[in-house]
Structures are given as C-alpha cells and as structure tokens.
Design a protein around this ligand. Structure first.
Ligand SMILES: *Cc1c(COP(=O)(O)O)cnc(C)c1O
Length: 476
C-alpha cells in the first residue's frame, strides 16, 4: 500500500496540465469545460489503474508522456458533432440509413444565401404584402410535371396523410390488397389511412386485383380511389394490378378523385440508363390521376420533402386543412428543392448536376477509370503486406425502397486482409474521423466506386491506414 501511495504522487495536477502549451492551444477551438472534463477523466482512469495495481512507476511515466495526446483526443471527441458526414462505400445510392439523396453543392450555396439573409419567404415583392411560401415551388412543379397545381410538405408520409385527411375524412378509400405496403420506418398504408380518418376499403387479392373489384366496392360513402406504388417490393408470377389508366375510366364514370402515392417520384425515364422503367410523375398526371404524391429525396435527388401535384380544387382544399401548418416545409427545403427542380428543365443538366441521378447513370467505363485511380492512390499510400487490393466486378443497388430488384453492374475495390479480422477492420473504418461505410461479404471488403466520390479518395486511403494501424495495436 505504501508503494501505491507514492505512485499516486506521479499523477499530474489538473492545473498543471491546463498550463501545458498544447492544451492551451486547443482552448481556441474546444470549450474550456470539455478540456477540463477530459483532463479529469484521464486522471481518474490513471488513478483507477494505480488503485487496482495495474501500473508500476515505469508504466505511469510512459502514460504521462501520452497524457496530453489522450486529453486532446478526448476533448476533440466531446466537441465533435454527433451528426457527421460519412463516406458511402456500399454502392447503394439512396441509402436510407446514411442520408438518402445528396444535394448538389451549388444548390446548397443558394440555401446558405437564403438561410443567412432575410428572404421573400412569405412576402409578395410585387404587391408589397404577405405572400405564400408555397408560391416559390408551384410554377416550377407545374412546368415539370404538367399538373395544374402543386404544394410541398415535410415528407411524402405527411403528403399521403394530408391528402387522405382532406379528401376522405370518415369516408371510404378503395385500394388494392396488393398495394397495402409497409415501407421503412413503420409507414404502413393501412395505418396512415386510419390516422387520416379515412376508411380503408381493400379490394382484390395479394397477387391479383381487377378493375371490377374496384367497381364493385364503390358506394355512396366512397371518397376516392387510391393507387400506391409498391416501391420496395414486387409481386412476381401470376399477378395483375389495375393501371392508373384503367382506374381513370372508373373515376370519370363515378366522379371520384383518383389519388396515387408514387413514392420515389422519378421525373426522368430511367430506362434510358439501362434501369427498369419506373413510373414517372408526368406519366401519372397524363393518365389522369387527380393527385400524385412523391418524395423529394428519393429518385428526385433533392431535400427531404413530400410533393403533392394535381388538380387545383384538391390542392386548394389541402391548403385549408390545419394539418398543412403542422406539416409545413421550412425555407431550407423550399430553397434546395426549387434549385434542384430547376435542373430538370433540361434533362441533360439534371443528370449531370443531381448526385443521385449522376451516380445511377454513370457508365461502367467511367466506374472502371475511377477504380483504377483509387487503386493507384491506395497502392501508393499503403504498402502493408497484410492488406491486398483488387478491382472487381460487382453490383450496386438503387436503395431508398426504389427499384428493389434492380442490380446495377459496378466496379469495386475489394480489400482482402491477411491474418487480420475483416470485421474488426470494418468497425475501425466506421470509427474513423470521417467514418467509412463498406460492404463485407465472405471475408472480403468491398468499396463501390458508384457512391465513392473522387474527392474522397485520399480520405479513404488515410482511413484505411488508420484502420490497419488500429488492428495492429498501433493506435488504441
Ligand atoms: C418512401 C415512400 C413513402 C414515404 O415517403 P417519405 O418521403 O419517406 O416520407 C410513402 N409511400 C411510398 C410508396 C414510398 O415509397
């Protein structure tokens, strides 16, 4: 015990550490509270280790040498923001867990301008009086989709709820059993209907629904017909669903609104890039659908938003619904969405400027060139014999519950480790300063060039160096 007591004297004092030049320097960027807490915590760990006889004098002196580094690391960690950028090596373009769609940088510059200055958000500059926040998006949405009118709310789930609550409160909405979907985050069509006050009238069967099923269900309490795009799953084999065009004949005959939840809301025919055809918003409007809802941050490639386009009489009614205030979009969203939509005036520009479309349409030759460039950087920076790189063929996914069966050919860098654990390596990449998210399959790691950007190649290489060092015990 006596010996132990002497060891405690080797622990530096909080005030002494605060006087250290390097600690003083980080006070420029890290709040003093975090620095002091970090010093206390590191000292406490040291004290614990001594108390439990885990350290001798030599160990303590060794630890004291690194103490300032440990404190700085700890303080920087405390100061780091919880929501941070990551690198998407998974190849899933609209990855729901890591932020869905990326926004073009020019678009964000405009958002900064709007957010850091006053704007005409709800001000009519011509009349010099109160205006509407929905006015900024209406014209551009009408121009692109061909609809009569448009409005935007927080997300597509809110859009569906608002539409049903406005049109079908305590009345029936007919929908096919094959379209009673659940998408991620517990959005289920039957539950949303119940919340909205609409009464669900499911018709047909899981695999087959016919037009007559809809017609037989129509009665005096019917408020509308609903079609839901089964974004994230497909029924294959002996199937039949009723097309929006067919429902159009019914809706005219019985004078009922036809509603379609498109989910992804693609505005460009993606089959041009070898992807499966996904119904576009324009097609829905053309087939006579009265109200179409879709997301802003899935295939559209903009900010999170729920877009509603269709007949003016219904949009007007929705604007009067008190839920609209609860679901309203903020100025960041309006600004980012308007600027993203502007790209769609020319399809070529949209594909070039919108990251989601760009990543989905990039050619295999381009991917191969990217793979070679990344491979060369990795070979130059990493000479560790325990780690091997190889360019391999693989498949990417669209993600975001869009085109669920689609496998797009891609190029990956495959990383193979020799006598080091790939799962530990995967974890250490995830814990890197800029976390790197990858796919591990059969003991190999894959980095898909479709979702890794050129500007991230060097970060990726540094992350791999960090990960390898951590595995080999060079860093804790
Ligand atoms: C994704 C999706 C939604 C929900 O959209 P959010 O923008 O995530 O709220 C609703 N319906 C369908 C068919 C979808 O695919």
């Amino acid at each position: 015990m006596a010996k132990n007591r002497n060891l405690f004297k080797l622990i530096p004092k909080v005030d002494e550490l605060l006087e250290e030049e390097r600690i003083k320097n980080i006070l420029d960027t890290v709040p003093r509270k975090y620095v002091v807490d970090s010093i206390r915590e590191e000292i406490e760990l040291l004290r614990d280790d001594i108390k439990n006889n885990r350290l001798d004098e030599k160990d303590i002196n060794e630890r004291n040498k690194h103490l300032i580094d440990l404190v700085i690391d700890r303080a920087n960690n405390k100061n780091a923001l919880h929501l941070k950028r990551v690198i998407n090596g998974t190849g899933t373009v609209i990855h729901t867990n890591i932020g869905r769609s990326l926004i073009n940088e020019e678009v964000m510059k405009n958002v900064i301008d709007i957010a850091t200055n006053y704007s005409n958000l709800e001000y009519d500059l011509q009349k010099g009086e109160r205006g509407s926040r929905y006015s900024h998006l209406k014209d551009i949405l009408v121009e692109i989709t061909g609809a009569e009118d448009a409005m935007v709310v927080n997300n597509n789930a809110a859009a569906v709820l608002l539409v049903l609550s406005t049109i079908a409160n305590e009345r029936e909405v007919i929908v096919s059993r094959g379209e009673l979907i659940e998408i991620g985050g517990s959005f289920r069509i039957p539950d949303v209907m119940e919340q909205s006050g609409a009464i669900l009238k499911a018709v047909g069967t899981t695999n087959k629904t016919h037009l007559r099923d809809f017609e037989n269900a129509i009665n005096e309490n019917t408020a509308g017909l609903l079609k839901v795009h089964t974004s994230n799953y497909r029924i294959l084999g002996f199937t039949s669903s009723v097309l929006a065009e067919e429902l159009y004949t019914l809706k005219t005959k019985y004078n009922l609104p036809l509603i379609e939840d498109l989910g992804s809301g693609v505005l460009i025919d993606l089959s041009k890039f070898g992807l499966q055809y996904e119904p576009t918003v324009q097609d829905s409007i053309k087939s006579g659908v009265d109200i179409v809802t879709f997301s802003g941050d899935k295939l559209l490639g903009g900010p999170q938003a729920g877009i509603i386009v269709g007949k003016k009489e219904y949009i007007d009614a929705m604007k009067k619904n008190p839920l609209t205030r609860a679901f309203r979009v903020d100025k960041f969203t309006i600004s980012a969405l308007e600027a993203t939509l502007k790209f769609y005036i020319e399809e070529k520009i949209a594909i070039e400027k919108i990251p989601t479309l760009n990543m989905l349409s990039i050619s295999i030759e381009e991917l191969n060139k990217k793979a070679i460039r990344l491979y060369n950087i990795l070979m130059e920076k990493i000479s560790d014999k325990k780690c091997r790189f190889e360019i391999v063929d693989s498949y990417s996914e669209v993600g975001g519950g869009s085109l669920p069966l689609e496998k797009i050919p891609t190029k990956c860098i495959m990383i193979t480790l020799n006598r080091l654990s790939i799962t530990s390596f995967e974890r250490s990449l995830r814990e890197y300063r800029i976390p790197i998210i990858t796919r591990v399959y059969k003991d190999n790691m894959y980095m898909d060039l479709r979702t890794v950007r050129e500007s991230e190649f060097n970060i990726l290489a540094d992350g791999i160096v960090y990960g390898l060092n951590r595995l080999k015990g060079c860093i804790q």
